[in-house]
Design a protein around this ligand. Structure first.
Ligand SMILES: [Zn+2]
Length: 172
């Protein structure tokens, strides 16, 4: 084999590897999925469908992993008794019993309402390593979870108001 052919073959190989690595990077994050995920009645829609259904700010936060401005959300300073559900698919996510004032400007909870509520994934955007919180049914981005919450879990689920619906106790 001539040196020229070897060089061409090498370049083709490098090209194929680059494509494989690129495609690998495009795969959606699957780490952090909780057990029991298979039992969840999933809600799957295309990006186009979500864009049509949701108001712009809900779409930006839940489908584009956005964040609402602190102290701007309707549930930040809100302490009625009831259940917070996913604004995209109505999956129950958090109980008012686990809500507390973290002072951060976002609704904060120390635990989800059940293990059928949320999934988590590593989020390394913006030069930070954080744990993103998603709705387990429809993958809506809800916010992040941090390890500086109150007892008994020590967790702080920092959630965007715009990703939540609220159902008052007795109105379920
Ligand atoms: Zn959902």
């Amino acid at each position: 084999m001539s040196g020229r052919i070897k060089l061409v073959l090498l370049l083709v190989l490098i090209g194929a590897l680059s494509v494989a690595v690129f495609l690998g990077c495009q795969a959606p994050p699957t780490d952090g999925r909780q057990e029991g995920d298979d039992a969840v009645d999933r809600v799957i829609k295309t990006d186009e469908e979500w864009r049509e259904i949701l108001p712009p700010e809900q779409y930006r936060v839940t489908r584009m992993k956005g964040t609402e401005r602190p102290f701007s959300g309707e549930f930040n300073d809100f302490y009625e008794e009831g259940t917070y559900s996913c604004v995209c698919c109505s999956n129950p996510l958090f109980s008012s019993d686990a809500k507390y004032d973290s002072g951060t400007g976002w609704p904060s909870f120390w635990e989800p309402i059940s293990d059928q509520s949320i999934a988590t994934a590593r989020d390394t955007r913006f030069l930070m390593v954080r744990t993103a919180v998603m709705c387990i049914r429809c993958d809506a981005h809800l916010g992040h979870v941090f390890k500086d919450g109150p007892e008994p879990t020590g967790l702080r689920y920092c959630i965007n108001s715009v990703a939540l619906d609220f159902v008052a106790s007795g109105e379920e």
